[in-house]
Design a binder for this molecule. Structure first.
Ligand code: 13P
Ligand code: SF4
Length: 319
């Protein structure tokens, strides 16, 4: 049970939001901590974060900070990546049960078999993988640089894990590579239906359709572009359009709307990532008070997973 839950049980007064934010602000200074938040975090967390971004920019930010403690508001693989890139820092995921189900769709044993079946292939692991899967991969990628990463590989055959949708999207841009696709997927994106997008388009005929490449190919085909979450921020800022249908986790629209008050962002209401919603302001405060729960990985896994992540960091963004 978290300290916060224990306090609640013992009848301590439940703090209002303003008091929690005040405490967070004073503790982050006292504890030399930085709060990083993914674009899918609840609005209250996005509002207090020192930096909000996509998985690549958050990983980059984690390597650039002088803070000793990184409160990482996202899911497990993001906190693990920050830890691998900064082994000397404390990386704290406010709710340790916030795990990406897609990352759990590939494991070391099955990937090892696949590598044995394709001895000449190189492995590209989406950053949405566990640290031990990264440790047996050649390079990582995110949704912002998948094609750039695959094109940088020497091998003709590429085993791509775990997202079949992102993998088949990348295949469109890397015609001379043979991509061997894993069968994983993100339910939040995979379940977005063509009819949902078409209905929104009927109500907003002038809106551009921007989707995440974790969506199914038939959704990507309907869209004006498929982009990482920070790619969406940059695209919508530059575009002269006034309305956008956003095919990704619905809280993405919070940041888009905040940064573009004169434009209209239409979310797909069904697209919710329950794990991203597990972090709360109370849990962030608890993390700052206790510096727990820390992300812990063995030295061996951290050393092995560092290389594929660092290779990806050297390649940078592709969108
Ligand atoms: P981004 O890197 O585009 O933010 O995507 C992360 C993710 O988990 C999407 O579901
Ligand atoms: Fe994982 Fe999908 Fe949630 Fe992203 S939206 S963290 S891929 S489950």
């Amino acid at each position: 049970m978290t300290i916060w839950a224990q306090k609640k049980r013992r009848g301590f007064t439940i703090m209002d939001k303003k008091t929690i934010v005040k405490k967070i602000n004073s503790l982050r200074k006292q504890k030399n901590a930085i709060i990083l938040a993914h674009n899918y975090q609840i609005p209250e967390i996005q509002d207090i974060a020192d930096f909000v971004g996509d998985s690549l920019d958050l990983a980059k930010k984690a390597t650039k900070t002088d803070a000793e403690n990184i409160i990482f508001c996202g899911v497990d693989f993001m906190a693990e990546s920050a830890k691998i890139l900064n082994p000397e820092k404390n990386v704290i995921l406010p709710d340790s049960s916030a795990k990406c189900p897609m990352a759990a769709m590939v494991d070391v044993e099955s990937l090892t078999w696949k590598k044995e079946d394709h001895p000449d292939a190189e492995v590209v692991a989406y950053i949405n993988t566990t640290a031990d899967v990264k440790a047996i991969s050649d390079i990582c990628c995110t949704s912002s640089n998948g094609a750039k990463v695959v094109n940088s590989m020497k091998a003709h055959e590429i085993i791509f894990v775990p997202d079949i949708n992102l993998g088949s999207y990348i295949q469109r841009f890397v015609k001379d590579k043979k991509m061997i696709l894993w069968q994983g997927m993100c339910a939040t994106h995979h379940n977005i239906k063509k009819e949902e997008i078409l209905n929104l388009k009927e109500d907003h005929p002038d809106a551009e359709i921007i989707v995440h490449p974790e969506c199914r190919p038939e959704i990507i085909d309907l869209a004006d572009d498929a982009l990482s979450t920070n790619g969406m921020i940059n695209y919508c800022k530059k575009s002269t359009s006034k309305e956008f249908i956003i095919g990704t986790e619905k809280d993405m629209c919070y940041r888009l709307q905040k940064e573009n008050p004169n434009k209209i962002f239409i979310p797909v209401e069904s697209a919710v990532c329950p794990n991203m919603k597990k972090n709360t302001l109370e849990k962030v405060l608890n993390s700052l008070e206790t510096l727990e729960p820390k992300t812990k990985l063995s030295d061996e896994i951290m050393q092995k997973a560092y290389l594929p992540l660092q290779r990806m960091m050297n390649i940078g963004r592709g969108d």
